[in-house]
Design a protein around this ligand. Structure first.
Ligand code: G3P
Length: 232
């Protein structure tokens, strides 16, 4: 994958990042099917896409598709005698491109986020740091990840989108993050379900969206991905 122009974030902008979490219908071969569909439709739409599968699927997916594959969590500790740990070295060895950090379903302390982002950078992996609020986004921006995704936890997995229920969280996070670290690309997530949610998020200044249940709980993941891509 050729490196993007210097001022462009490493996974592209605007970005559609799909977090499969550990939904039962998104594990193993199902994860491959969804990732291949995301790759096909993202290419057809000319939109930068990436996928974050469950950890056991990371290595296989990294070779199965030609889009960036990210871990959902990473441990900052060193590689070595640390059973069950997921250090950056393991993510890199799997062929993945980076990791989510501090997702609200796997929260870290601010100090731990900083160390983790530094460890990912040292391993030449992309960091997508998650923040629950504008204040947290401003605080975490100083770790200068490539991406910072703001996601109000109370909207995650629900019917109301952050772009309609809390638009000020998006615009406020973009302003707050860029006041600290202009190079950080700000994504938003939580309840994003359709093209209007995506379009509104981009209008509010987001550099892309982080989505899960609109696709992972869809009767047709293909239709759901097409609907979301129509908003870019
Ligand atoms: O990582 C993205 C996720 O937390 C958003 O969840 O289901 O509201 O799209 P969802």
């Amino acid at each position: 994958m050729p490196p993007p122009p210097t001022n462009e974030p490493p996974l592209g902008r605007p970005l559609f990042l799909l977090n499969l979490k550990v939904y039962p219908d998104c594990l193993g071969p199902a994860a491959d099917r969804i990732a291949r569909t995301l790759e096909e439709l993202g290419k057809a739409a000319g939109v930068a896409v990436a996928v974050a599968p469950a950890t056991p699927d990371l290595g296989r997916l990294s070779t199965a598709v030609g889009i960036p594959v990210l871990a959902q969590h990473v441990d900052a500790g060193p590689a070595g005698p640390h059973t069950g740990s997921i250090p950056p070295e393991a993510i890199r060895a799997a062929g993945a491109s980076g990791s989510l950090v501090n997702h609200s379903e796997h929260p870290l302390t601010t100090a731990r986020v900083r160390v983790t982002v530094a460890r990912l950078a040292a391993t030449e992996l992309v960091a997508v740091v998650c923040a629950p609020t504008v204040t947290a986004a401003r605080r975490l921006a100083s770790s200068t990840p490539a991406y910072l995704a703001v996601e109000p936890p109370e909207l995650i997995g629900g019917d109301r989108s952050v772009s309609t229920a809390r638009p000020e969280v998006i615009s406020g996070s973009v302003a707050a993050v860029h006041s600290v670290a202009p190079s950080v690309a700000v994504l938003c997530g939580a309840g994003i379900h359709d093209r209007n949610d995506v379009r509104r998020s981009l209008e509010l200044g987001a550099a892309g969206v982080l989505v899960a249940s609109a696709v992972t709980r869809a009767r047709s993941p293909r239709d759901a991905i097409e609907e979301l891509l129509a908003g870019f």
